[in-house]
Design a protein around this ligand. Structure first.
Ligand SMILES: C[S@@+](CC[C@H](N)C(=O)[O-])C[C@H]1O[C@@H](n2cnc3c(N)ncnc32)[C@H](O)[C@@H]1O
Length: 208
């Protein structure tokens, strides 16, 4: 099994029970995202984890395709959606690299707390750009560890060896992330950094 999937499978149960680290910022990000939604929208969420965000957003859009590399995360997500009788989310086990999404088929793509876990961040952002319809939005929340948590870099491989960190954790700054998005063709329409060590929330738009 893929090493990343193995790590996230192991932590899925605990992850689903842990409280959200910054509930106030999370709620604000949900509200801002919902401000862009329309009832006829097709949405993709990459790295959906246990589905909490997709479940909150589902009533505001037509359909959400929510994918994650970890089967255990997806199984928890499916159970949660079923318990809440949410019928317009399709949960799927897939790595972002293997995703098969038709070009220009999505209105919104979301990636929360996942871009820093990808070996090929730029390729993923380019992939998102291709998936979006003209005028489509890429909504992401990302820990930019190089800005304020750079000291973790030598520690991560040790944590990974003892099963306390995923295999891939990449370090980049908010500016580098913004540059990656602009290089892919996006215009940044909203950017919010709730605090020095917090995840940056970005809404990026593909031109009409
Ligand atoms: C930190 S969790 C975030 C989960 C959720 N988005 C949230 O905000 O609560 C990262 C998630 O990304 C998934 N993930 C990591 N690498 C992935 C990849 N290459 N493709 C798809 N999912 C991936 C993990 O399985 C995990 O569920």
């Amino acid at each position: 099994m893929d090493k990343s999937a193995e790590f996230w499978d192991k932590v899925a149960d605990k992850y689903s029970k842990d409280p959200i680290a910054d509930e106030v910022s999370y709620q604000k990000k949900l509200k801002i995202t919902q401000g862009y939604f329309k009832p006829n929208m097709e949405v993709l969420e990459m790295g959906c984890g246990t589905g909490s965000t997709a479940i909150v957003h589902a009533p505001y859009v037509k359909h959400i395709r929510a994918v994650d590399i970890s089967l255990n995360m997806i199984e928890i997500a499916r159970r949660k959606a079923e318990a809440e009788q949410i019928k317009n989310i399709t949960f799927e086990v897939s790595s972002i690299d293997d995703l098969n999404v038709a070009d220009q088929s999505m209105d919104v793509v979301m990636a929360h707390s996942v871009l820093h876990l990808l070996e090929e961040r730029d390729a993923a952002i380019e992939q998102v750009f291709a998936m979006l319809k003209p005028g489509g939005l890429f909504v992401s929340s990302t820990a930019c560890l190089k800005d304020s948590m750079w000291f973790l870099k030598p520690i991560i491989p040790i944590m990974c060896l003892i099963g306390k960190a995923p295999k891939v954790v990449t370090f980049f700054t908010v500016n580098q992330l913004v540059r990656s998005m602009r290089n892919a063709g996006f215009e940044i329409v909203y950017k919010w950094l709730p605090g020095k060590t917090k995840a940056v929330f970005i809404v990026a738009k593909k031109a009409e």
